[in-house]
Design a protein around this ligand. Structure first.
Ligand code: NDP
Length: 345
């Protein structure tokens, strides 16, 4: 059983050398003992690279990080993925079922003893299975509920999305267009900016790395200000956005990837704008929304089938390619949702 193991706890920017590959033995059968009474043994097909995994790679979790724990040194790292059930003692899953969920180890086969965050995959017609790491999985649920519940959008709103070509961002922009918003996204390369404008239908897009004055850039795209900011990056971008929010604007705080590798998070200079402009800024946690997964599927599956929403993935092949793919999230290597294909379906 090939595995990706955490070698040492990370501080600062993660490196490929923090992870290594090894092989261990595994019995392809759920144990008969008590520990296996609800267990499911799966063959992993796709692994999802997600920014939150960086937090779990450090010894002490980021302050306030809920219901997570650090990875154990010497054990495979764990995240979201898509898998096929090989053996099961759990009444909800049987051999041959396809599943997605967040307890998938970075290895060829995983024994999942508490499959509470495992979902059975029921829709596969004309839909790539890998979509369950993205648009039909955790990032999709995040984009949908964080945008609609926290952003409270309405037709005509001016929406700004950062990290806009990524797993979550590309969906937020498309959801906003569906209800008639004006949408601008930012991303870190020319290729990504082109994708936003041509593939995802954003009204406009810019490369934030080429803007030495983010405030001036936002004023160019939003001369009348921003109604909704979908926040993925934090730091200097948030500060510039605060100067450009409209009265009663909303900030849907999904993530702050620019802060995850810093020893000391940057302080926000312009927070007082929240007070003066009566801005509503609210953090989001996808964990609170899994009970609404079927509502989300009812919305998004027809959108995919009718071609109203498209999804771009960046799939690398083989578990060996996993460490570089995961760490690449923090340098913007991924174009679209970063996935690692582990085995043939
Ligand atoms: P992406 O697919 O967007 O990948 C990460 C991207 O972040 C990179 O490609 C890069 O894009 C950008 N990035 C990396 N480092 C920096 C930096 N220092 N400054 C600015 N941008 C940077 O990831 P996801 O779509 O999966 O996640 C997007 C955000 O949503 C993250 O902050 C994540 O933590 C958050 N999230 C939150 C959830 C929740 O429940 N609250 C659930 C899921 C995700 P570029 O080339 O454009 O710079």
């Amino acid at each position: 059983n090939k595995q990706v193991i955490l070698k040492d706890y990370v501080s600062g920017f993660p490196r490929e050398s923090n992870l290594y590959l090894t092989t261990s033995n595994i019995k392809l059968k759920v144990p008969e003992e008590e520990s296996g009474k609800d267990a499911v043994l799966v063959k992993n097909l796709y692994l999802s690279c997600d920014p939150f995994m960086r937090g779990r790679m450090q010894r002490d979790l980021p302050p306030g990080e809920p219901e997570q724990s650090s990875y154990s040194l010497g054990s495979p790292i764990v995240g979201y993925g898509v898998a096929r059930v090989v053996d099961s003692r759990h009444s909800d899953f049987k051999k041959g079922d396809l599943v997605w969920g967040r307890t998938i180890g970075w290895e060829e086969y995983s024994l999942i003893t508490t499959p509470e965050y495992l979902f059975k995959i029921n829709h596969t017609d004309d839909i790539p299975l890998s979509y369950y790491t993205g648009i039909l999985g955790m990032p999709g649920i995040t984009a949908y509920f964080c945008f609609f519940d926290i952003g409270s959008p309405k037709e005509g709103d001016r929406v700004y999305v950062s990290s806009a070509s990524g797993a979550v961002g590309q969906l937020v922009g498309q959801f906003a267009k569906l209800i008639g918003c004006y949408v601008v996204g930012s991303a870190g390369s020319k290729e990504k900016v082109e994708l936003l404008k041509t593939k995802f239908g954003f009204d406009d897009a810019f490369n934030y790395k080429e803007e030495h004055d983010l405030d001036a850039a936002l004023k160019r795209y939003f001369p009348e200000g921003i109604d909704i900011y979908f926040e993925n990056v934090g730091g200097k971008m948030l500060d510039a956005v605060l100067l450009n929010m409209r009265h009663h604007g909303r900030i849907a705080l999904c993530g702050m990837i620019s802060q995850y590798n810093l020893e000391q998070p940057e302080s926000v200079q312009n927070l007082i704008a929240v007070l003066y402009k009566h801005i509503r800024m609210e953090g989001f946690s996808v964990a609170e929304y899994y009970d609404q997964y079927s509502k989300f599927l009812d919305f998004v599956l027809p959108c995919i089938k009718e071609g109203k929403i498209v999804y771009v993935e960046d799939i690398t092949e083989g578990l060996e390619s996993g460490p570089a793919a995961l760490i690449g999230l923090f340098s913007g290597r991924n174009v679209g949702k970063q996935v690692v294909k582990v085995a043939q379906e």
